[in-house]
Ligand binder design. Structure first.
Ligand code: FES
Ligand SMILES: [Fe+2]
Length: 379
């Protein structure tokens, strides 16, 4: 299937009576579609990259690949969060390795050119005798950065429209979870060997819980649980899954509805949050290449809940729990990627228990083929 055929199939998801079918398998393996996604999806979308607790101090940074683009998000001495390309202006070496940390300056490992936290060149040795070189005009390109209720997003399109207006309804839904007062107690970065869409479509449904998470999640949110979804904008949709039994949060003052449901929120293409009693978990599924996905996430809790506990113990418990769930998804999704490469793979019929998957496909189709398409609202 060539890329034009894949895109034509995707466009059908935008029609009024789109069939509830999974993506063509080639959508997960096509290098041409991946090139198109790099440009039309990741070249101009808000990608969730961190929680602000990771970037609290001046000089704190998170460096990662966003669809093959080396990016760093860093807090400057002036307190401003910035997104920068890490590609050295001399001869292309990324000036910082992927990962997180703290620094006063980015020193390129190749010939030691140095850049300030705002991207400006602050030093380059043995360059004075090249009259064509103007150090004052030399700087790392900047990207757009937006912080929304503690979540940090980056957009490779420096002139992108703001994200916050698209998240207004989600913000209202989350008022009782008091996002700005939550603290990150644990975080992780993993790499999964699958196409990013394999991971994102999985996050958009609870149906797989009976298969991938029979002992961990199935008792609380069974795969057959009542599931409702809502699309607010091409960039934002959400999912509500009824718990087997209501939760009893100890710190947050939640309504009966909130105690009875797991709420999932999605910011296309990569970001998601799950609000569950006294806990919010964020997860971002960011491609680094066609078949590699960076999985960054964290567990947030009300400060009041953890202030009398040993932070290390809380962190270890939360990390161990997340690692268990992530391992279950990872094992399954890496197998799905192998299935997607089979010559005998075909599109399949979706269950009414996975309506969120179709919302994701619509956002994808809109980004890749028809930006003027409208949205269905509640399903
Ligand atoms: S490539 Fe960075 S200093 Fe030469
Ligand atoms: Fe899962």
């Amino acid at each position: 299937m060539d890329v034009r055929e894949i895109v034509a199939e995707l466009e059908r998801y935008l029609g009024p009576d789109a069939a509830a079918l999974s993506l063509p398998p080639a959508a997960f393996t096509s290098p041409e579609l991946w090139e198109r996604e790099r440009e039309r999806v990741f070249g101009r979308s808000w990608v969730l990259v961190a929680h602000v607790d990771e970037l609290a101090e001046p000089g704190a940074y998170v460096a990662l690949s966003v669809a093959g683009e080396p990016v760093v998000v860093v807090r400057g001495e002036d307190g401003v969060l910035r997104g920068l390309s890490t590609v050295c202006r001399h001869r292309l070496m990324p000036v910082v390795e992927e990962g997180s940390g703290r620094t006063d300056v980015f020193t390129c490992p190749y010939h030691l050119w140095r850049y300030g936290l705002d991207g400006r060149l602050v030093g380059a040795t043995h360059m004075k005798r090249n009259p064509a070189f103007d150090p004052s005009a030399c700087r790392l390109p900047g990207f757009a950065v937006e912080e929304w209720q503690g979540f940090v997003f980056v957009n490779l399109d420096a002139s992108a429209e703001p994200l916050a207006p698209h998240l207004r309804r989600i913000g209202e839904d989350l008022v009782n979870y008091r996002l700005p007062e939550l603290t990150q107690v644990a975080g992780w970065t993993e790499e999964w060997h699958c196409n990013w869409k394999v991971a994102v479509e999985n996050a958009h449904e609870n149906y797989h819980v009976m298969g991938f998470h029979p002992e961990t999640l199935q008792p609380t949110t069974p795969g057959g649980a009542e599931t409702r979804v809502r699309a607010d904008s091409p960039w934002a949709d959400s999912m509500r899954v009824r718990y087997a039994a209501p939760l009893e949060p100890v710190v947050l003052d939640l309504t009966e509805e909130e105690r009875a449901h797991l709420y999932g929120f999605f910011v296309f293409p990569s970001g998601s949050l799950a609000a569950s009693g006294d806990m919010v978990v964020w997860l971002s599924l960011i491609p680094s290449s066609l078949d590699r996905t960076l999985v960054r996430g964290g567990v947030l809790m009300p400060t009041a809940m953890v202030e009398h506990q040993d932070r290390d113990t809380v962190r270890k418990e939360a990390e161990a729990y997340a690692a268990m769930i992530n391992a279950e998804d990872r094992r399954g999704l890496e197998a799905v990627q192998r299935g997607a490469a089979s010559r005998f793979g075909e599109r399949g019929h979706l269950s009414p228990k996975e309506p969120g998957v179709l919302l994701f496909y619509r956002s994808l189709a809109r980004a890749l083929c028809r930006e003027d398409a409208d949205y269905p609202g509640e399903l």
